[in-house]
Design a protein around this ligand. Sequence first.
Ligand SMILES: O=C[C@H](O)[C@H](O)[C@H](O)COP(=O)(O)O
Length: 281
Amino acid sequence: MSSAAILVESAKKSAAFQAVNDHLLPEYKYVGIGSGSTVVYVVDAIVSKGREFYGGMTFIPTGSQSKGLIRKAGLTLANLDERPVVDGKPVALDVAFDGADEVDEDLNLIKGGGACLFQEKLVAIAAKKFIAVADYRKQSPRLCTTWKTIPIEVLPLSAPDVLLRLREMGSPSPTVRSGLPSKAGECVTDNGMWIIDAPFPPLRLPKDINTEVEGLGKDGIWEVKTLADELLRLPGIVEIGLFHGFNGVEAVKLGKQLQAQKPVAAYFGLANGEVQVQNAV
Ligand SMILES: O=C[C@H](O)[C@H](O)[C@H](O)COP(=O)(O)O
């Protein structure tokens, strides 16, 4: 491994251990475990706390990689739809930890670099508290600055029409993600869908918008929510890798449970070994 890669792995690890220390409380019962390379360290951090600490907890995966991590670590596994239902409601997860491809200054996220965005969003919205864990490369003022594409999960037979609509919306060269080098043909998600990676110029935040026209993307620059809403209106798109709106704490205040996609905090491992915490304000 190159020294740059070692630095990145060590940053992911530091962020994961601090996030788990700060946000996994011994009384918790249901914990979401996301996908990707950073979440591997989240599981290590949980295991390092010892069975007495985590023995009463059940871990909910966001896909097959995550399920494998939970099983391999000897943690108790349950699928999202296996939580008990109390008073007609599935119990909320106490916390969910997940990685991110890009995090903006308002804690909006791009996810789906590993094709797991759909189940990740289901787990994030089911949690009272969602925590993003990443390394220093993921921090950005606006989405689509360093991670330049938005992963979009689509029904395979809708792909040609979704690609056309994305081009009309100002995405210059959206492409169906390839499964190569490990799989010939398209990348197939855990849900049997395909992923389209749609490049967009860096997205606006609501505070950047001067006129409604700008927010609508007519100048080719989209605001996060407007773009997300427009994408989700298109039949064939199953889910998108934009996580935006409000977080779990705001959702409770607004009475909008199961709509909170944003983390309450993002933990970034830095190159100097420190961890920077970006909390929701
Ligand atoms: O689909 C994959 C997920 O959204 C990951 O959480 C995201 O790609 C970050 O992965 P990593 O921790 O490997 O950078």
